[in-house]
Design a protein around this ligand. Sequence first.
Ligand SMILES: [Zn+2]
Ligand SMILES: [Zn+2]
Length: 435
Amino acid sequence: MEQDGFIVVLRDSERLEDVPQYFLDKYLLEIDKTIDGLQASLWPLNNFIHENPELAFEEHKAHDALTHFMRSCNGWQVTTSAYGMETAWVAVYDSGKAGPVVSFNAEMDALPNLGHACGHNLIATASVAAGLATAEMIKRHDLPGKVVVFGTPGEEGVGGGKIRLLEAGAYKGVDISLISHPGILHNSPLVRTTAFARLEVEYFGRAAHAANSPWLGVNALDAVVIAYNAVSVLRQQTMPSDVIGMSITNGGAAPNVIHAYAAGVCVIRASSASRLQELRQKVSACFRAGAEATGARVEIKIIRGYADHVPNRVLAASYTKYWNLLPDLPDPRIPSGDEYTWVKASTDQGNISYAMPSVNASFAIPPGLQAGQPHTPDFEEASGTKEAFLRALRVGKALAGTAVDVLRIPGLIDKITDQWRRDMDAIKEQRIDIV
Ligand SMILES: [Zn+2]
Ligand SMILES: [Zn+2]
């Protein structure tokens, strides 16, 4: 039986319908074998990163280990300390023939006091495995195009390593970006994350004796309290997917003075970058209300967070196809149809998804004893297990299948780009789904 140029030899007792579909997809079969063949070298690398957690932009050991490994692979051009960041790196495998440029992002950073409790070691493993398997397919099947693996530092906090790479031009000419993230709840390539920003507010009043001559003062603390209350009132009129948190970071001086200075911080989250913008304006209005009521001068500093992640449906369809074809399908299943998986967290891959078609696939690893989610000690332990590593390899296979589809199926990149343009237009016009 010949299908897509690949010959399946059936034994006498076998009928075609009994042959698992997986064996009929020659690329997937080869990707599967390629990544299985890398297991022995990727496991120590994954383990090394997990056991040597490093904070955002300090991922020196991970940077050195990963670039050393990529350099040992045939045909890869590796740039260390790329684009002005010591721990960023780029590895390129070029077919030498014009075609799509596919890319994978490899995160490396850990959390303060929690080690790899976000499982970024697994993200690096999945992306490196996918990059290598894609290159192998280019080599074996004479495919056109290029594959790039980016070592992307500083995802945790508001580091935004990918935003810095984007702004430095690292993704110029890159057609698609693929990445994954571990958790314990979902297997899904249609992941939407929240957009977030941080607003810092300061009020400058005038000090006066609180008993003697309070009428000479301008109370900055009152301004913060009014702002806090205004934000609390605003919360009733927000959307279910909006989140506003506020704290008072400076509540004035001694109680017997009129406070000359007070300050607060708001962190806001929304389902899209445009909704975040609206929310930002509403919260800023609450801040100004405090100033208006008291006469204090207000200064608002907006610290850019991350955009929401907009997944590309065409890329996600390839991912789902390969995930489901691979043997030993794990639970939970990828939701059927076009259902989004909403994750109330933020990532700088969101900003990438506004620059080019992107998939940020969630994958479930076997949970720890307390079924701890990311950012817990339990998840830190779970993300260091062999089982979690094997799940990351499965992700790498599905990601490689997706990238190889883009390189080998004529016109697929145009469909992907059209879908991305439609998504961006929908967001601009606010035709977005809200949970
Ligand atoms: Zn995290
Ligand atoms: Zn993370």
